[in-house]
Design a protein around this ligand. Structure first.
Ligand SMILES: NC(=O)c1ccc[n+]([C@@H]2O[C@H](COP(=O)([O-])OP(=O)(O)OC[C@H]3O[C@@H](n4cnc5c(N)ncnc54)[C@H](O)[C@@H]3O)[C@@H](O)[C@H]2O)c1
Length: 274
């Protein structure tokens, strides 16, 4: 799935005027091999941040790194193949990135999976898988980043929740519960680590055009037409529209925003009609 971050917007970001403070920052992105994670990698690369990219899909990550190097030849990119559910591998990846770059400034805790299954058919295995990736993985990465950030006395963590962590949808019991847990974990970390110089917020996207949504459409579990009609701005989101929110929240422009889940959903969750 391609990202539509426009050349024009990229050029303006690359001038470094808007998010100048992100230049040189070490930005650790999980699930960076595709979708929103890759869009965030491009946006932060355009701001001249140094990138640490983690994904469990080695070939997807290879392609992502090659495309970033082609688009941003000066970018410093460190790649880690690991699953976020493997606590030891997560700690090793953070340690390797810290050894390579000397610090970790921003964590984009993005890796996650959908779990769109009618509740009466939802198995324990489905439930545990959603919790393992979407909650445990987010916790392991936040804790690993928090250890380095607390030593530095600064850092920003953005956890990927979803509008479905804040409003409910049928047939998504495990997904909604896992994303609500991410929103609450975000608040706890924000109030506990604020005094250490670490800001923690969550991003809560609505429907965004990525492989995650594509797969649900292909499996007949999502009706794109109905979904577009139901969205007040009449379309799905683009990965770059989440990436630019991440830039803002990671930057000094958001220096007093702490402990929130910021929704980007085209108005979906504001709209209570069918
Ligand atoms: N696309 C949407 O509509 C949407 C909406 C709300 C929230 N989100 C959230 O945004 C995040 C990114 O979603 P996306 O649409 O870009 O998905 P995606 O499937 O396009 O990309 C997810 C990436 O994460 C990686 N990944 C999955 N499990 C992993 C694991 N255990 N360890 C390491 N990497 C892993 C995948 O290999 C993939 O590269 C997820 O947390 C998702 O729940 C997406």
């Amino acid at each position: 799935m391609t990202d539509s971050l426009s050349a024009d917007m990229l050029a303006r970001l690359a001038q470094g005027k808007t998010f100048q403070d992100l230049a040189n920052k070490v930005v650790f992105i999980t699930g960076a091999g595709s979708g929103i994670g890759l869009a965030m990698a491009r946006a932060f690369a355009a701001c001249e941040a140094r990138l640490a990219l983690l994904d469990m899909d080695a070939s997807g990550l290879d392609r992502a790194v090659a495309s970033l190097r082609a688009e941003f030849p000066a970018a410093q990119v460190h790649a880690c193949v690991a699953g976020v559910t493997d606590e030891a591998a997560v700690n090793e990846a953070f340690s390797a990135v810290h050894a390579a770059f000397g610090r970790i400034d921003v964590l984009l805790n993005n890796a996650g999976i959908s779990m769109n299954v009618p509740t009466l058919s939802l198995t324990g295995e489905h439930w545990r898988k959603a919790m393992d990736v979407n909650v445990n993985g987010v916790f392991y990465c936040a804790q690993a980043a928090g250890r380095y950030m607390s030593e530095q006395g600064s850092g920003v963590i953005l956890n990927m929740s979803s509008m479905y962590g804040l409003v409910a949808a049928p047939e998504r019991a495990a997904y909604c519960t896992s994303k609500a847990a991410v929103a609450m974990l975000t608040k706890v970390l924000a109030i506990e680590w604020g005094k250490l110089g670490i800001r923690v917020n969550a991003i809560a996207p609505g429907y965004v055009k990525t492989a995650l949504v594509d797969d649900l459409v292909k499996a007949g579990r999502m009706d794109l037409d109905a979904l577009t009609k139901r969205t007040p701005i009449g379309r799905m989101g683009e990965p770059h529209e989440i990436a630019t929110l991440a830039l803002f929240l990671a930057s000094e422009h958001a220096s007093f925003i702490n402990g929130h889940a910021v929704v980007a959903d085209g108005g979906w969750s504001a709209y209570s009609y069918i």
